[in-house]
Design a protein around this ligand. Structure first.
Ligand code: LER
Ligand code: MN
Length: 271
């Protein structure tokens, strides 16, 4: 099996809502991820100025790690800026901040995720209007992605965290409406367990759209600590010849070092 395993990390200034295993100095997190045997890191950023590209490139080369994805949830988590916002000037600010992260991603040949930053429904506009605001934003970002050579990955997120695009089916429906080849699907096994009729079924059905995957167990702890059937998930991904990254995005439970170690030890039993 050629699945590559990543670890989600963020700079030490990130809030807990950044939702990563390590919030620490990048030197420390990258060194730990490499020592534990991860293949790469997903870097969660709030804004472009946080990324010293040359330094990060040096660290990745030194430790032999890839950087497949820049994640963007903090744009919404910390500032409340998002793409559904009825206020056009706030949407533009969200776009500007997101574009900065796409420019960072371009330096690494990385993709950029769209999860919570798409935003909620707002009471002052209709749902179709909110979805339209999101789609128009996505078109602009897809255009920029073409220029920069950066792909975007849309992450379905469960109903308790976000109002729309909860399941993979809903994600693919949006991708079909958008019709851009540089916008792909990014399933998160934790969200799929809540929203999709079948994890393996959706992976099979939507594999042609899938560019990247988040891994967590049913309780959002390290794989092996919940009740998901990772053997079956691995067998499915192997049968589908999926060769991308599966990145561990879990609660740092019982503490970050243990969570990161347990996750990779468990996953390496299969790949
Ligand atoms: C949040 O639940 C999550 O899965 C993130 O990757 C989305 O921003
Ligand atoms: Mn996720």
């Amino acid at each position: 099996m050629t699945l590559k395993i990543g670890l989600a990390i963020a700079p030490e200034t990130a809030l807990p809502s950044a939702f990563v295993v390590f919030r620490d100095r990048l030197e420390t997190s990258i060194e730990k991820a490499a020592r534990l045997g991860y293949d790469g890191i997903e870097l969660a950023l709030l804004e472009k100025s946080q990324a010293d590209v040359g330094h990060i490139k040096k660290l990745l080369a030194e430790y032999g790690l890839e950087l497949p994805v820049i994640s963007t949830g903090q744009i919404y988590g910390e500032t409340g800026l998002c793409f559904t916002d009825p206020d056009e000037s706030r949407r533009e600010r969200a776009l500007a901040q997101f574009k900065g992260l796409m420019e960072v991603a371009a330096e690494f040949g990385a993709m950029v995720n769209i999860g919570r930053v798409r935003g909620p429904y707002f009471p002052t506009i209709s749902r179709p209007e909110a979805e339209d605001n999101f789609l128009r934003s996505l078109e602009k970002l897809s255009d920029l992605g073409r220029t920069l050579g950066v792909a975007l990955i849309l992450e379905p997120v469960n109903r308790y965290e976000i109002d729309f695009i909860n399941s993979c089916a809903e994600g693919v429906e949006i991708l079909n409406r958008l019709g851009r080849e540089n916008v792909k699907l990014m399933p998160d096994i934790f969200h799929m367990n809540i929203e999709d009729p079948s994890i393996e079924g959706s992976l099979c059905k939507y594999i042609d759209h899938i560019a990247y995957i988040h891994f967590a167990d049913s309780n959002r702890h390290a794989p092996g600590r919940g009740h998901l059937d990772f053997l079956s998930i691995f067998n499915t991904l192997t049968a589908l010849d999926y060769k991308g990254f599966a990145t561990v995005e879990i609660l740092p439970y019982p503490e970050p070092d243990i969570a990161a170690r347990e996750a990779i030890q468990y996953l390496r039993k299969y790949c």
